[in-house]
Write a protein that binds this ligand. Structure first.
Ligand code: NAD
Length: 494
């Protein structure tokens, strides 16, 4: 059967579906950027809430601002805003659930005035975003709003027909203020540290240039809660669509797949109320910082540890790497001995359980995450994921050898461009050439790679780290197998 509201009663009993009254068109949230992640995360939480609490006022109206959203608009329209969430468990079992929390979709580029008007409707109390890291229009040199973007210039000149999300938010907030309607909350769900603060900075940067008085009002009235979001959501494939059709008898033109793990930690600051997402697993906290640090230093750093060591060893995917006992043990030791001691206590989180879950998530054979993707742009990742852990351990006299091996392996990776068996690696990094040049000079100066200041700062000046690193990098360049070095490091602790 084709997926739509009338056919819900005809679905295979194996497929869970909305058991609540779906009110077409009713929404309290407008969401910009209805891609895979919004549909596996915020819309999933909201659907779960609607399932246990009658809250039609929190339906979600999707918004697409770009031509690229047209296909999503068409599919959702055809399917009465319904889609299937396919959750793939590590052991291979699959859960299917039709999600009903989306109640409509609007294309901004077709009728910007209609979207602005809807955002200004008092029913709308939250505008949430997943517009990707690039959507925040940050000037990379100054960190401020990038007015050199022609779309930003267009929006300044044409306040009622904007192109960027900042133009829409500003126009809608102007209308609310004029009509005496309270401000909505702007809630970023993108994977950015302190995503709410960044959104606030960009909205205010734009609004101030256009209308300083309105900017003052926004500054006082609009909440921009920071949030940490987590759920691996790969791009939907033709195979996912075929699976639903052939195995479940369901024709869904654009389902979403994801892992079972799901996390949403949100700062509890909202301008005009919010859904009780805490009833379905979200966590409201006063400050997300410790949760973000935990994620960066365990999940993201863990990915890099497996990614770089695994890449030169010759593995292709994360699950392949972590199902190797030595790699799993090395990762766990890194997390326990080097990362965890640098973390503050994180309220509501059992760190041991979190680490166990991470290893299980990394091992999910149904979520094929390639090491090439994990190692992509390492020069911007490692300074955020790994170097603060090294620095903290140097300050506190803690262990640094696990992390040092990762950096030494990264030098090998950047120098050779092949794994230890001579197979070519796919390396994508803005600093690829500089990394390669620095790594190449290791023969003359063992610390040359580490002296790349734009990546490592002053790390090469720390004698303890420099010695540990120099020893490991020399062994790797003498063709000592990376797994032998990993075993040695583990043994030296026991
Ligand atoms: P996606 O490609 O499926 O969807 C991206 C959406 O953003 C699309 O609707 C697109 O039109 C919109 N968009 C892109 N640039 C925009 C812009 N400049 N202005 C307005 N809209 C814009 O990607 P996704 O998997 O849904 O990921 C989106 C974001 O979610 C990521 O960038 C990340 O910050 C966050 N996230 C993703 C995952 C994941 O595993 N996929 C996990 C955690 C967080």
């Amino acid at each position: 059967v084709s997926l739509n509201q009338n056919n819900l009663v005809r679905l295979s009993p194996e497929i869970a579906r909305p058991e609540y009254q779906r009110t077409e068109g009713r929404a309290g949230i407008m969401h910009v950027g209805v891609g895979g992640f919004h549909r596996s995360h915020e819309a999933y939480y909201t659907d779960a809430l609607m399932q246990i609490q009658e809250t039609p006022e929190w339906g979600i109206c999707g918004v697409g601002l770009r031509e690229a959203d047209r296909q999503m608009a068409a599919v959702l329209e055809k399917q009465d805003s319904l889609y299937t969430l396919i959750t793939k468990h590590p052991a291979g079992d699959i859960e299917n659930r039709v999600i009903g929390s989306l109640t409509g979709f609007m294309m901004g580029c077709d009728d910007p005035a209609a979207v602005i008007e809807r955002m200004a409707n008092p029913d709308i109390r939250i505008v949430s975003l997943t517009i990707t890291e690039g959507g925040y229009n940050v000037d990379t040199e100054t960190g401020d709003f990038d007015f050199s973007n022609p779309d930003a210039q267009h929006d300044l000149q044409n306040p009622t027909t904007p192109r960027l999300v900042f133009g829409y938010l500003t126009a809608a907030l102007r209308l609310r203020r004029a009509n005496g309607i309270p401000a909505f909350t702007v809630q970023s769900c993108d994977n950015i540290q302190h995503n709410g603060n960044l959104t606030r900075k960009m909205v205010l940067g734009f609004a101030r240039r256009q209308d300083p008085e309105l900017a003052d009002w926004i500054e006082n009235e609009v909440c921009f809660p920071n949030a940490m979001v987590d759920r691996i959501t790969p791009v939907t494939t033709a195979e996912d669509i075929r699976y639903l059709d052939e195995k479940m008898g369901l024709l869904d033109e654009w389902p979403v797949t994801c892992e079972p793990f799901c996390q949403w930690v949100i700062e509890d600051r909202f301008s005009d109320g919010r859904p009780e997402w805490e009833l379905v697993g979200a966590q409201f906290v006063p400050d997300v910082t410790p949760y973000e640090t935990m994620k960066l230093r365990l999940l993201n750093a863990g990915h890099s540890v497996l990614g770089i060591l695994g890449a030169i060893y010759g593995f292709g995917t994360i699950d392949e790497a972590v199902s190797d006992k030595l790699f799993a043990k090395f990762l766990r030791r890194f997390m326990d001995l080097e990362a965890t001691p640098t973390l503050d206590a994180v309220e509501g989180i059992d760190l041991d359980a979190y680490k166990n879950t991470l290893i299980e998530r990394f091992g999910n054979p149904n979520i094929k995450d390639s090491l090439a993707r994990i190692c992509l742009e390492s020069s911007s990742k490692l300074p955020v994921f790994l170097l603060p852990t090294i620095q903290a351990n140097l300050d506190r006299g803690g262990s640094v050898k696990y992390a040092a091996l990762v950096i030494a392996a990264w030098c090998f990776y950047s120098d050779k461009g092949v794994d230890q068996h001579g197979r070519e690696l796919e390396i994508v990094d803005e600093l690829k050439q500089a990394l390669h040049d620095a790594a190449k000079r290791t023969h003359d100066d063992p610390l040359s790679f580490l002296k790349l200041k734009s990546v490592f700062g002053d790390l090469a000046m720390n004698e303890r780290f420099a010695n540990t690193y120099a020893d490991l990098v020399a062994q790797l360049s003498n063709d000592v197998d990376v797994s032998a070095l990993m075993s040695e490091i583990i043994e030296s602790d026991t």
